[in-house]
Design a binder for this molecule. Structure first.
Ligand SMILES: *Cc1c(COP(=O)(O)O)cnc(C)c1O
Length: 463
């Protein structure tokens, strides 16, 4: 399926982008609850509101572009994951999706654990008071300094990613007089993305130790011998934006196969298995993600069944959703600067941000939707491409969508489902100032990450 070739369509679009939006929605003013944060709606004047506050007011107060984060929704989704998996499993929020101290506190209060994968993420988590034993440290090339900080802090687990790291972490832990709890990340030869997964013998990518060729078994063999390590389990993460559970099924089958081999060879039953994250969310109305309780049920059943077949006690399961918790809880608010109809093609709508605040469209060919937020309109739909203000034609925020034909400079538009991998991957391209994250809840808004200033930029440039 080619997602990069889109035949251009006329404004009323009888030639429509392949694999997406077969037609404009019946009502362009409607806000599909699948893609919008839970407290989002429109007020009596037709203005989009979040947490009870109109976006026009938020724009005035905090400027645009801005990421508006629905705190109640974030907490509800975090809690839903926690409740779905219950006390016999652990939910680690993947901090790389979006991390700030406010978010760390919410996670702590809602009983979730936290994945970090750099010294910076670890520092953020610790400074917000997340108990170290509830932090997992990830990454394929943790520096010795990062490892030492993590071990000293007492993180609950370090996920080992290579043979060299097994020795490195063992050595550092031992030199600090500690025994570090670790999981070993393996690659099971399954790669899942959206509705498809591919099972191959070898996985040509940088993460983990391949199950193939007995390498993962050898890694466990070596780790079990090292005094500085307490091997608590096996870790597998198979992809991102996944809707189809069959990839997890194959992964769990292979991980449990390894646990069985470990039991047979060493007489040790490792007590934990981590199935990673990657659960999909709705970016457009075409996506149909599963609820946490369905995912929990499916994963628990798969692991239980595989363990029964292998005559193993069912290990404690952990999962690591990032996108599925934070993704749907935020949207980006932009102001329209120019509206440029290209006759016979489409209309380009330029906003005051772009690839610096959302790189996913350029990087992954991601799909997004968009709505007019500062008012409603009964005008006819026009096919648009929402683009940013950067010096690059690939600076696209929303590839194909419909907005009302009377869209004009000064209108506010909102792109939903930008909570994950937007602020966390934001850049200063063209010396853009990265937008703030404003958390809104019960009629009150507060900045949790402030907007960058030109002083911030100049402070780094020492001249
Ligand atoms: C990125 C990542 C996750 C989270 O992925 P999402 O798609 O945000 O759920 C979880 N675990 C690991 C190891 C990751 O690298």
């Amino acid at each position: 399926m080619s997602r990069s070739a889109h035949p251009a369509g006329p404004r009323h679009a009888d030639v429509l982008p392949e694999g997406h939006y077969t037609a404009p929605a019946d009502d362009l003013n409607a806000l599909d609850p699948k893609v919008w944060a839970r407290t989002v709606g429109r007020d009596a004047d037709g203005v989009v509101t979040v947490g009870g506050i109109p976006v026009t007011q938020l724009a005035e107060e905090y400027g645009t572009p801005a990421y508006l984060l629905d705190e109640a929704d974030f907490r509800e989704r975090a809690r839903a994951w926690r409740t779905a998996f219950g006390d016999d499993a652990d939910v680690f929020y993947a901090g790389k999706a979006f991390l700030s101290r406010a978010v760390v506190r919410w996670l702590d209060e809602e009983g979730l654990n936290l994945d970090v994968c750099s010294g910076g993420e670890l520092a953020t988590a610790l400074s917000a008071g997340m108990p170290a034993e509830r932090i997992a440290f990830h990454g394929n090339n943790k520096s010795p300094e990062e490892i030492e900080r993590a071990v000293r802090a007492g993180v609950g687990r370090i996920v080992l990613d290579s043979f060299q790291e097994i020795v490195r972490v063992a050595h550092i832990a031992q030199s600090l007089g500690k025994r570090q709890r670790v999981q070993i990340r393996i690659t099971v030869g399954v790669e899942a993305h959206t509705h498809e997964f591919i099972a191959t013998a070898h996985e040509d990518q940088k993460f983990g130790i391949p199950l193939a060729g007995g390498q993962a078994a050898e890694a466990v063999r070596r780790a079990l011998k090292l005094d500085g390590l307490e091997v608590i389990g096996i870790h597998s993460h198979i992809g991102s934006q996944i809707f189809d559970m069959s990839g997890f099924e194959v992964a769990a089958h292979r991980v449990v196969g390894l646990l069985k081999d470990i039991r047979d060879e060493h007489g040790v039953e490792l007590p934990e298995i981590d199935l990673g994250g990657g659960l999909g969310i709705a970016y457009t109305s075409d996506d149909d993600p599963r609820e946490p309780h369905e995912i929990a049920k499916a994963l628990t059943e798969i692991v239980t069944r595989e363990c029964e077949a292998a005559r193993l006690a069912t290990p404690r399961i952990s999962v690591e959703p990032g996108r599925a918790i934070v993704g749907p809880t935020a949207f980006t608010l932009y102001e329209v600067g120019t509206v440029k109809p290209l006759e016979g093609l489409r209309t380009y709508v330029s906003v005051d941000g772009g690839m610096s605040d959302n790189i996913r469209t350029a990087l992954y060919d991601a799909e997004y939707s968009v709505a007019l937020a500062s008012r409603t309109s009964d005008a006819e739909p026009m096919l648009v491409r929402v683009v940013g203000k950067h010096c690059e034609s690939g600076d696209i925020v929303v590839k194909d969508a419909f907005l009302p034909e009377d869209l004009a400079p000064g209108d506010l538009i909102a792109v939903p489902a930008t909570g994950a991998y937007c602020r966390s991957m934001a850049s200063n391209y063209n010396h853009a100032l990265r937008p703030p994250v404003v958390a809104v809840r019960d009629g009150a808004a507060r900045v949790v990450v402030r907007r960058e200033t030109e002083e911030d930029l100049l402070r780094l440039d020492v001249g």
